[in-house]
Write a protein that binds this ligand. Structure first.
Ligand code: BDR
Ligand code: CA
Length: 308
């Protein structure tokens, strides 16, 4: 089984990623780590625990992590996720608390205690927790297995500014440090995630499944559908965060290109832009992966299967 740490800021699409991971027996889910992003970390950690309870996965520890980016002011994306971060869902105080200790220490301890390459990470919020863990223990970069990240914008343009995608924009210094650390990072940016759309048929199929996990996933997508129609004018919202988790389960659902990715941290105008270089003769080495295409039917089939 693939050992996995899921780092997230739920977040309506984070909630779908969590349901996918909670339902996938292929993973030994070592921990869910929460970070401030879409909403403050107190809420993302509570939401992760709420979602864990609904999924019946209290065996998985939830650790609260960084409450602010490395150098920037906390941003927030409440308009796309609801004030509490879980769309239309009524928040409640979960039965089980957060695990003792900070998410950054948990990441270091869990990964360093296991064989090289055996623990994968899926990061679907700002990369603050992983960047802090790498500062604390630089050897983590070599010890980690694949680091599958939702973040970045290239051909599709940005979603928070013309140039940048939210997760990278929210903490560009963290993203830059992680990408330069030697970690084997694959970015699932908007080029790929905008291909994965929650159409009415796809949401209805989840609603028809009738399980708690499928119900949560469908409710998050219905909320996004309403908001994206209002704010962006899109009929079917992109479902970003399940993509890196789906790739860890079924890599054939995505086409990746080898590349070297750097992040803009100086310019205010293009803050958080991902400069993706595919030319080996220019970059020297191509240590990263960039998701170019996604098989949306396959991703939704996988979500349906694991939420059943
Ligand atoms: C990313 O930003 C967040 O608002 C979503 O949860 C997702 O991780 C998409 O740009
Ligand atoms: Ca997210």
């Amino acid at each position: 089984r693939q050992s996995l740490i899921l780092d997230c800021d739920p977040g309506v699409d984070d909630a779908v990623a969590l349901m996918l991971a909670f339902g996938a027996g292929e993973f030994e889910l070592l921990a869910v780590t929460a970070v401030g992003g879409n909403v403050p970390v107190e809420k993302t950690a509570r939401n992760a625990r709420m979602l864990r309870q609904i999924a019946g996965r209290e065996d998985v520890p939830v650790f609260a992590g960084a409450d602010r980016p490395l150098r920037r002011e906390p941003a927030g994306a409440g308009e796309f996720h609801g004030e509490e971060g879980v769309g239309d869902m009524e928040p409640f105080e979960p039965d089980a608390p957060c695990a003792d200790g900070h998410a950054v220490d948990a990441i270091v301890d869990l990964v360093m205690a296991r064989p090289e390459g055996s623990v994968a990470m899926a990061v679907v919020g700002p990369m603050t927790n992983l960047a802090l863990a790498l500062r604390k223990e630089p050897a983590l970069a070599q010890r980690l297995g694949p680091v599958a990240v939702m973040g970045g914008a290239r051909a599709e343009g940005g979603n928070i500014t013309a140039s940048a995608e939210f997760n990278i924009w929210a903490d560009p210094e963290a993203a830059a440090e992680v990408l330069a650390s030697g970690c084997r990072v694959v970015l699932f940016g908007l080029d790929a995630t905008h291909q994965v759309r929650a159409t009415d048929e796809r949401i209805a199929a989840l609603e028809a499944t009738g399980t708690p996990r499928a119900g949560v996933a469908a409710s998050m997508m219905r909320f996004s559908q309403r908001i994206e129609r209002e704010i962006v004018g899109w009929d079917a919202p992109p479902v970003h965060d399940p993509c890196p988790v789906a790739w860890l389960l079924k890599p054939e659902l995505f086409e990746l290109a080898a590349c070297h990715i750097r992040v803009e941290t100086e310019s205010e105008l293009t803050r958080g832009h991902t400069a993706v270089e595919f030319r080996r003769e220019v970059a020297g080495t191509l240590p990263h992966g960039w998701a170019v295409t996604a098989d949306a039917d396959g991703v939704f089939a996988l979500i349906g299967e694991k939420c059943a």
